[in-house]
Design a protein around this ligand. Structure first.
Ligand code: ADP
Length: 490
């Protein structure tokens, strides 16, 4: 667009003013010269030839003064347009009578020697500086917007009237209703967060200029009640240090709190589990010592077998806890091509003595090709599931291990391991919690059969670390089926 080249704009007011002044000066000089000449050369101003001369001069001075006016106004046209363009694009568009101006057209700001060269150059420099600053500001704004929207913390800032000035997308998602978002009016922070403690934090930061930190439970619009660690800080003018607003950062600590709760529960459960066999060991050792000192040997074999069982239980518990802890440290999987047929055979062979004790039939059907997985961990999954089935089902029951392809899984495919038994099954109310650590349907029964309460938690951890899922299907009295899905694209 070459709008600037064929500008319809001309500073007519300036032109007429210059021309008027020049015309007046010329006319005044002409009159003064004539008056002076009439005295010196003694002629009358009323003479016809003098009046004719005056009229000719008057007529001639009109275009002359307009020419001088043009000389002044024409170079100023460019300077004025430049100033308008720097002030606002809208004003310049108005001046030239255009709808809008071409932002890319910079021809106006090229150096051109002229009567107002210095002024022209100064405006060029101002324009360049402003342009650079504007680009810088746009970049800074873009960067802070990207940063704020990428931030998982909710951020809000308010002015001294408690009106919201800025909020990032997380704050909007967590706390702002549709009406508050779309409303024309600015919203007060107290209308968004209805928690007196949080509002008080904003007041303290605003009035006392102090940074305020607290942990609060707040209702969020999408995820219900969440725990937040909130920091509210005053915003100060850089030069005067005067407070002009307050900024609040809401850091969601729900997961951290939950992890902390799980950890505390785990320690409590673990110490409880350890205490039981330890108490038994301590008690029987004392009795054994007394019996040995008194020379009573009849009960020693029984005490020894109880002690052995308790120590076995302790060993098993500690070993399961260590397995779980190593899994939780996200130690990398040792992926290799695993042959499910061979792994199943190995595990079933290992568990055959236990199954034989209860006359339990173990069967297997492998209908999947080898796939990539951590062999030792998949073996652990199989051992835990099959030994659970052996532990909990009645004598002469059966346990079937089936490997099959998962038809519903995406293009890459998945294999599913199913461990089915015809035991007592698991009531539906227990099924959602069965994979939790130390969760047992029947605590006493689990202890009696030597369970630690960690077997299924370990299974879940291993399968999830392979990118898969676990689940259970069971009906009370009709057996249970545990399934583990392993994606094939590992
Ligand atoms: P445990 O060491 O107690 O067996 P697990 O985590 O392996 O712990 O299992 C949790 C609970 O799930 C068990 O205590 C038991 O009540 C129940 N359970 C697991 N497998 C079976 C099964 N095959 N049949 C019935 N109940 C089972």
């Amino acid at each position: 667009m070459k709008l600037i080249k064929k500008l319809p704009y001309f500073p007519w007011r300036l032109f007429w003013r210059f021309s008027g002044i020049v015309f007046f000066i010329l006319h005044f000089c002409n009159l003064a010269t004539l008056v002076l000449a009439s005295y010196i050369f003694d002629f009358s101003l009323g003479d016809g030839s003098v009046r004719l001369w005056m009229n000719i001069f008057l007529l001639a001075s009109l275009p002359a003064s307009m020419l001088v006016g043009l000389q002044f106004a024409a170079p100023l046209r460019r300077v004025i347009l430049k100033a308008l363009r720097i002030a606002s694009k809208k004003q310049m568009a108005q001046a030239i009578g255009a709808e809008m101006i071409d932002e890319t057209d910079e021809s106006l700001f090229q150096s051109e020697p002229g009567s107002f060269y210095e002024l022209d150059e100064a405006l060029n420099r101002i324009y360049k500086k402003l342009k650079k600053r504007r680009t810088q500001l746009a970049h800074e704004r873009e960067e802070s917007q990207v940063l704020m929207s990428a931030l998982s913390d909710a951020v809000v800032s308010i002015d001294l009237n408690e009106q919201m000035v800025f909020s990032n997308s997380q704050f909007v998602t967590d706390f702002m209703s549709r009406e508050q978002m779309s409303g024309e009016e600015t919203v007060r922070i107290s209308e968004i967060i209805k928690d007196n403690d949080v509002i008080e934090m904003f007041q303290i930061a605003r009035e006392a200029g102090e940074v305020c930190r607290r942990t609060r439970r707040l209702n969020t619009l999408m995820d219900g009640v969440r725990d937040f660690s909130i920091t509210v800080s005053p915003l100060r003018e850089q030069r005067t240090r005067e407070i002009y607003g307050v900024m609040g950062v809401f850091h969601d600590i729900t997961e951290i709190k939950q992890a902390e709760k799980i950890r505390i529960e785990f320690v409590e459960n673990a110490s409880h589990e350890l205490r039981t066999p330890l108490t038994s060991v301590k008690g029987f050792l004392a009795t054994l010592k007394e019996d040995l000192e008194a020379g009573r040997m009849e009960q020693v074999p029984m005490f020894m077998s109880i002690l052995t069982r308790s120590v076995d239980r302790l060993t098993e518990l500690v070993s399961d806890m260590m397995t779980l802890s190593s899994l939780e440290q996200h130690s990398p999987l040792n992926l290799e091509l695993l042959d499910p047929q061979r792994v199943t055979q190995d595990v079933l062979e290992r568990l055959t003595p236990q199954a034989a004790d209860k006359k339990i039939l173990l069967t297997s059907a492998v209908n999947v090709p080898p796939f990539r997985a951590d062999q030792a961990r998949v073996e652990q999954v199989l051992v835990n599931l099959v030994s659970n089935a052996i532990k909990y089902i009645h004598p002469e029951g059966r346990v079937d291990v089936v490997w099959e392809k998962d038809q519903q899984y995406g293009a890459s495919g998945a294999v599913v391991l199913r461990v089915r038994d015809n035991g007592p099954g698991i009531a539906s109310e227990h099924q959602p919690r069965i994979f939790e650590r130390f969760y047992r349907v029947d605590r006493a029964r689990s202890r009696e059969v030597g369970g630690t309460g960690l077997g299924l938690a370990i299974v879940k951890h291993i399968v999830v670390s392979h990118g898969g899922q676990v689940g259970v299907r069971s009906e009370l009295g009709k057996g249970a089926e545990f399934f583990c899905q392993f994606p094939m694209n590992n």
